[in-house]
Write a protein that binds this ligand. Structure first.
Ligand SMILES: [Fe+2]
Length: 585
């Protein structure tokens, strides 16, 4: 009997995660934050998600053929002594300067830290220590480094369902590269060209996200949402053309003096030049003015222009119109929609885990391909995380001394709650991987009530009132919103709603008429599909407002404990936890 070919992919970037690929198939994939309870927490190694992945597959570390890491650590070789590297990490956490470090200042320290944290010996040490901490003893499998963008590219090409694809990876940085173009052909992923740092679209967008009073590298979605409230103002659009010029041939540049490589005394990602040009930055939680909205509009517009240039160049070179995107910048649904609108591609696949959690998955896929497996598939689901076990859910509910019912059909019972105008927590089946909740760990509401968006925003999610929500829908719902039944499974490509649908579905159509849709396939997600069809019996439309099951600043809930805690600490009215229904009042 052939030995199990198992590859564990790990990443410790902005979204630490672990993914397990066995015989070329994705068996388990989860972000560390769902286990630690700390959203996007930086960890030396994703210990808990790794332990869960192995348990899910019934494997031990010794069964693995390879540990695949989502960064090419050989590119980070430095002569910083290991002891000083450790001290840098500890001191930066406590904001102390490191003795003996050049300059002792934080800028050098951050740069040195980045190098130190990725050096091969240090990462190997962290992986070994993390596995030992998780209780694994004995010999460890080989560890192999994979270039960060290549990992993202694997999640795009191998999972797009096409034999050939034009792949574009854009993020903050992958080693010393910011943007990379590939040609995907069968199992081959051939690099065509790249744009090195500092020409980073991720850093460009992060600079203005931070300037607008949001957190860089985390809140870029807020800048995108805010942009819809703005309009073209020459002061800003002209400035963006200067900051992010697009050269002949479609390649952009990011002038480094405006971003984190410039003189930064006010922010980390925007330089003092930004303040000189546009005035005082917005403080977090300060009022948002029309000026902020117009600046966000110009930033978003420039990003869309730059990416359109890249896609146009890539498709003309490869002759392949099936485009696949990954990397953090591809989380920008509005930008993705603009590519479809511009008719630049025959088809567009955007990897739903385009953030750095996807690098863990990509590393595992690359490792599997190297071992001779074929990891290609057409990805149509994201629920690769831990499942809600009904027995465990019942035990937790009983332990908490909670009243609950067990309806004959939880989907019908949940739909009745939604039809009565209630806001419902929906925790079913396996947890989603990546940033989007797609009907497994979701907060749902009927979207027709005009005040529903404000209610969910303020009472449940506790987030800014101006931020939009996205809908899940059946094919019939899609017909109502868009006039077609096209498959759009991941809420990652924005589309424009029909004019007559904008008011009707006010809670899920953004101010500019755009929607981030998820269409639900009855074969892929039968329970969730039935909830939507049942909802249609109550409201006349098979469309639900769907937002992730968490509150501001917290990760999406994983199991019964987290779901119950979040339910009772928010204004949610009902909770469908596995087969059980809880209501308040
Ligand atoms: Fe990345």
């Amino acid at each position: 009997m052939a030995a199990i070919l198992g590859v564990l992919g790990v990443d410790t970037g902005y979204h630490p995660a672990a993914a397990l690929v066995v015989d070329g198939r994705i068996v388990a994939f989860a972000e560390e934050e769902r286990f630690s309870g700390h959203k996007q927490a930086q960890v030396p190694f994703p210990t808990q998600s790794t332990a869960w992945c192995l348990k899910e597959a019934g494997l031990g570390v010794g069964d693995l053929d390879l540990i695949a890491y989502g960064w090419d650590c050989d590119r980070y070789k430095t002569d910083i002594p290991l002891r000083m590297a450790g001290q840098l990490v500890r001191n930066l956490r406590t904001r102390k300067p490191t003795r003996g470090a050049k300059g002792g200042g934080s800028a050098w320290q951050r740069g040195a830290l980045f190098l130190a944290m990725h050096r091969p010996g240090w990462v190997r040490h962290r992986i070994q220590q993390g596995l030992r901490k998780a209780g694994y003893t004995g010999a460890l499998p080989p560890i192999r480094w994979y270039p960060h963008h290549r990992c993202h590219a694997a999640t795009a090409h191998y999972l797009c369902g096409k034999e050939r694809s034009s792949v574009l990876v854009m993020d903050g940085s992958g080693e010393d590269i910011a943007t990379t173009a590939y040609r995907g052909d069968g199992l081959g992923i051939k690099k065509l060209w790249d744009l090195p740092l500092p020409h980073s679209l991720g850093w460009f967008y992060s600079a203005f996200t931070e300037y607008l009073g949001f957190r860089h590298s985390r809140d870029e979605g807020k800048t995108m949402g805010l942009a819809a409230y703005g309009s073209a103002v020459p002061e800003f659009t002209d400035a963006m053309a200067e900051i992010l010029p697009i050269r002949r041939g479609g390649l952009y540049e990011f002038e480094p003096s405006w971003g984190k490589y410039g003189r930064c005394t006010r922010g980390e990602h925007y330089s003092d030049l930004v303040v000189e040009r546009f005035g005082e930055p917005r403080l977090p939680e300060a009022p948002i003015t029309q000026r902020h909205k117009d600046l966000a509009w110009a930033v978003q517009d420039r990003l869309e222009h730059a990416v359109a240039g890249l896609v146009g160049k890539l498709v003309s070179e490869t002759g392949v119109g099936d485009v696949a995107l990954a990397g953090g910048v591809a989380m920008n649904c509005k930008m993705n929609g603009s590519l479809v609108d511009a008719g630049l591609c025959d088809s567009l696949f955007v990897q739903p885990a385009s953030d750095d959690s996807g690098a863990a998955l990509g590393a595992a896929l690359l490792g599997a391909a190297e071992f001779g497996d074929d990891p290609r598939s057409h990805q149509r689901r994201v629920d690769f995380g831990p499942a809600i076990d009904p027995d465990e859910a019942r035990r937790v509910l009983d332990e908490c001394n909670l009243s609950y019912s067990e309806p004959e059909d939880i989907a019908a019972a949940a739909a009745a709650e939604l039809g009565a105008g209630k806001v419902l927590g929906w925790a079913q089946g396996r947890m989603e991987s990546g940033a989007r909740a797609l009907g497994h760990r979701s907060i749902l509401a009927a979207p027709k009530e005009p005040t529903m968006r404000d209610r969910v925003n303020l009472q449940v999610k506790r987030r800014e009132a101006w931020r939009p929500y996205a809908p899940s829908m059946t094919a019939a719902g899609s017909q109502e919103l868009f006039g077609d039944a096209q498959e759009r499974p991941f809420m990652i490509v924005a589309r424009e709603a029909l004019p007559e649908a904008r008011e009707k579905f006010g809670a899920v159509v953004h101010v500019d008429g755009s929607v981030r849709p998820q269409t639900v396939d009855p074969d892929e997600r039968p329970l969730y599909h039935r909830l939507l069809t049942e909802l249609g019996q109550h409201t006349g439309s098979e469309v639900a407002l769907n937002t992730s099951f968490n509150v501001r600043g917290q990760p999406i809930v994983r199991g019964p404990h987290e779901a119950i805690a979040t339910f009772y600490s928010t204004g949610m009215d009902a909770l469908a936890l596995g087969p059980f229904l809880l209501t308040k009042g």
